[in-house]
Each structure stands twice: as C-alpha cells, then as structure tokens.
Design a binder for this molecule. Sequence first.
Ligand SMILES: [Zn+2]
Length: 152
Amino acid sequence: MFRVFLKVNDTCPHCGEDLHHHRADDFPAYLVIVIVGHILVPIILVVETEIAPAIWVSMTLWPSLALAMTLGLLQPVKGAVVAIQWFGGMHGFENAKKARARRRERRLTRAFSFSRPNPSAPASPPAARRSSNPPSKSGSEWWRRAPWWSHR
Ligand SMILES: [Zn+2]
C-alpha cells in the first residue's frame, strides 16, 4: 500500500485498486498524537511519582519512547484512515464503492438465479390459480434489489 514510509501508492500493487483518491491529510498524525498521549501520559505520571528516576533518565527515556511509538503507529494508522475512506466511498472513492455494490448485486442475482422463471415451464399458470393468488408488486423479487446499505 505504501511506496515509501507514508507515501500511499497510486494504485494497489496486488489488485490495481485506485488509492490516489485518499485525503488522509493530517488526520493520521492527529490520531497518533491522541493515542500516544493517552498511553504515555499516565505511564509518565505513575513512573515520575512512584519511582522518580534521575532527570537525565526522564529526559532521554520519555522523548525516545514517544518517538518510537509515533514512528511505529504512523503507518498503520494512516493505512486505517485510507481504508475507512475507501470503505465509506469518501472523496474520489465513490465510484469504487458503487462498483463494489454492483458486483455484489450481480453475485446475489447469480446466487438466486434458481428463482428465475423456468423457460420450459408453461407460459402462464392456470387461470383459477392466477385469480386467487395475484402476484404482489411490492414484495416480489426483493432479493434482486441492492441491499439497503448500498442505496444512497
Ligand atoms: Zn489491493
């Protein structure tokens, strides 16, 4: 997904999915600050009050720990942000999401194709049965429609 540390590939090298639509911007960095802060600040408070290490230990340990956590988290968090934008069809990912919905609909239609009318069967059912049991318009073939989450 990444061609350099935080440079997202224009397309997925595995499946060719367009990734250049992402607008991650500063959000991954903001999330990493929130995560690292919430993990590190309580640890620092406890260690500094309970153990109170020498000042040079504090001044080297905490910045290097913060740096290591930040560098370790930036790439996965950015990947997750791009994935959320892709999944939600945000920005330029809209067409990719519609294409996924169309593929899913085609799969569903194929999976339920046994319910299509049999061409070798008689053209119309007996008249008596047809009049007593009219086909319902609204409830018919609901499975052919796209699922509710793909409607806009
Ligand atoms: Zn891919």
